[in-house]
Design a protein around this ligand. Structure first.
Ligand SMILES: Cc1ncc(C[n+]2csc(CCOP(=O)(O)OP(=O)(O)O)c2C)c(N)n1
Length: 619
């Protein structure tokens, strides 16, 4: 690491002779592998942008110039170069380095990201602001081919070509989203390379046409040239939209990227530099299976194997339960269609994609489109199931409301990663979905307490509820601990029968009522056990799992009427979550009860291990 140790800032990088950059890139890759294999994190995307990042920081004058990383999961190399190398062992841990750009972490992080496709919009905003304030600062957005498929990025492309903003867009084209990138735009950027070959052929033809050849050959060559012109010049799509196009360049050769950046700097208006890169570059297992190495937990770097999972207890998995049940239902009913927004593996739709490809769509990183597309399918007689993580569904709010729920369309939203997600931090915690879903009329909102519950709820949603349904669930199931309230543990069924619009009474006890939302029963039992030990609770309280958060089973108000005190435990923001919705329902019925809500505080929750975050932030 002789060279890397010398790099504490982009200024140090600029001092390095060009012939040393290959060695530096090698050292950075070793550093990334050594660290990410210990901490976990985004590996393949970072391995793919090493040379790109070196070229950008040698060219730009950061932090004066602004470098915006789309999604930001590929910003590790940037962090290493901008003085954070020594903190890498703390990556994604509480109080440690964030896995995404965070302006509060470093002046070199120009814009906070985590969700995809925001970089060009933010870059246009900055460039316009600099223009109005007459300051000369370069603005560069680095966006992946996957993130370019989103409506948000395309809206920005639409504006930038029209405004002529002075922004350099670096398209980091590795042909991959998390999985293989999909869509017509992905096919177009792939074709550009072919048009580059045509360009060369066209140049040769021009040479031939200029030389003395007989009439017949001349005519033939002329019509060939016309045909080639029809095929197009590289980047014609961007050029036609008013964006200068440069490339494609080899994104693993620093000098190629540097030359393109210098050229772009001299052009007036927006420029797109098309850099071809390989996800996972330099580490064979990641090159071969870039999707599996997109985001990793700790692994054995020598052979690419996962470390024995002795760190974590085996947990039941909601995603797998969803996957199994959806496939089973889809086999029986060809009208069922699974939809993902570029997250087939993460949401568990990969099995459906493999086994029933005709009942599956990957729409790209386009959550809002996914929901309205589902509305169209439902309107025309099919039964779409849209699987999106809680945090990314925020992108599709108006579509859920305006396109699905207003028309009471039978679209099922399966919302994975609800609650705290841990290491990815504030941009990824799914702690707002209840607050944004509960106010929507016509929407049935469900929260399963176990993976088995989820399977039954999905079946019920498709077969018995003819309208919009949202089912929200976390990644991992919390386990009931037999030491907490053993009497309740013994009698609580693992696979209870889910009945339409009916709550589950876990325990009929005293006049204290505990409401455990979704997977919170284990936490409720732990809480009760603590209070029992302190003799604050002398007998067991009444415990309810509401299951149907909306519409509520009216029976819940019978229990509430009898209760002296009600405690709601949920993993959603305290504001607008189930607790506040329930309190409102009680007030409307004239039930003036003391309600304690244990939920997420009104703040953005940092990154770190989930169990630590729960202890710190659910109060
Ligand atoms: C709105 C939103 N949806 C989904 C994701 C999850 N996600 C993170 S990275 C990624 C793929 C990005 O692909 P690309 O932009 O090509 O970057 P690469 O990883 O290939 O470098 C996805 C889908 C996200 N971050 N934001």
């Amino acid at each position: 690491m002789a060279l890397l140790k010398k790099i504490q800032s982009p200024q140090d990088l600029k001092k390095l002779k060009p012939q040393k950059l290959k060695q530096l890139a090698k050292e950075i890759r070793i550093f990334l592998l050594n660290n990410i294999s210990q901490t976990g994190g985004h590996l393949a995307s970072n391995l793919g942008v090493v040379e790109l990042t070196l070229a950008l920081h040698r060219f730009l004058d950061c932090p004066k110039d602004k470098l915006i990383w789309d999604v930001g999961h590929q910003s590790y190399v940037h962090k290493i170069i901008t003085g954070r190398r020594e903190k890498f062992s703390t990556l994604r841990q509480i109080g440690g380095l964030s896995g995404f750009p965070r302006p509060e972490e470093s002046i070199y992080d120009a814009f906070a990201t985590g969700h995809s496709s925001t970089s060009i919009s933010a870059a246009i905003g900055m460039a316009e602001a600099f223009k109005k304030q007459k300051t000369i600062q370069r603005v560069v957005a680095v966006i992946g081919d996957g993130s370019l498929t989103s409506g948000l990025a395309l809206e920005a492309i639409n504006q930038i070509g029209y405004l002529g903003s002075q922004v350099i867009i670096v398209l980091n084209d590795n042909r991959m989203s998390i999985s293989q990138n999909v869509g017509a735009l992905a096919q177009y950027t792939k074709r550009i390379e072919k048009t580059q070959i045509y360009q060369r052929v066209k140049n040769d033809l021009n040479y031939l046409l200029g030389s003395c050849i007989e009439e017949r050959s001349y005519r033939r060559l002329k019509s060939l040239k016309k045909a080639i012109k029809r095929v197009g010049t590289p980047g014609l799509f961007f050029e036609k939209l008013g964006i200068n196009y440069l490339g494609p360049v080899d994104g693993h050769i620093v000098t190629e990227i540097s030359q393109a950046l210098k050229k772009a700097d001299k052009l007036k208006g927006p420029v797109l530099i098309h850099a071809r890169t390989q996800k996972g570059h330099g580490y064979k297992p990641a090159e071969k299976s870039a999707d599996q190495y997109h985001g990793v937990s700790a692994f054995d770097v020598t052979n690419g194997c996962s470390l024995p999972k002795n760190k974590k207890p085996a947990t039941e998995n909601y995603t797998q339960a969803l996957s199994d049940k959806l496939l089973k239902l889809a086999k029986k009913n060809p009208k069922i269609i699974g939809i993902t927004a570029a997250m087939a593996t993460g949401t568990g739709l990969g099995y459906l994609a493999n086994q029933r490809p005709k009942q599956f769509y990957d729409v790209g990183i386009c959550e809002s489109h996914a929901v309205t597309f589902a509305a169209g399918l439902a309107k025309a007689g099919l039964r779409p199931v849209v699987a999106i993580y809680s945090t990314f569904l925020q992108r599709a709010y108006d579509q859920i409301l305006h396109d699905v729920c207003l028309q009471k369309l039978p679209v099922v939203l399966t919302i994975d990663r609800a609650g705290l997600v841990g290491e990815d931090g504030p941009t990824h915690h799914g702690v707002f979905d209840l607050s944004y879903l509960l106010p929507i009329p016509n929407l049935t909102v469900l929260a399963p307490r176990s993976p088995a519950d989820l399977g039954r709820m999905l079946e019920l949603a498709i077969t018995e509820i003819n309208g919009p349904v949202a089912i929200r669930y976390p990644k991992e199931a919390l386990r009931l601990n037999p030491k907490n309230c053993p009497e309740i543990f013994k009698k609580t069924p693992k696979n209870p029968l889910v009945k339409k619009f009916k709550l589950e009474l876990i325990h009929q006890g005293n006049q204290q009522l505990y409401i455990a939302v979704g997977n919170q029963l284990p936490r409720v039992l732990a809480l009760i056990e603590r209070l029992r030990k302190k003799r604050i609770l002398k007998s067991l309280p009444t415990i309810i799992n509401p299951r149907f958060l909306k519409p509520l089973d009216p029976e819940i108000f019978q229990y509430a009427k009898k209760a002296k005190k009600i405690t709601v435990v949920e993993e959603n923001s305290k504001i607008g979550g189930f607790g506040s919705f329930f309190l409102n329902q009680l007030t409307e019925r004239g039930l003036n009860k003391k309600v304690e809500i244990q939920a997420i505080e009104d703040k953005f929750i940092e990154h770190g291990e989930v169990f630590k975050l729960r202890q710190k932030y659910i109060k």
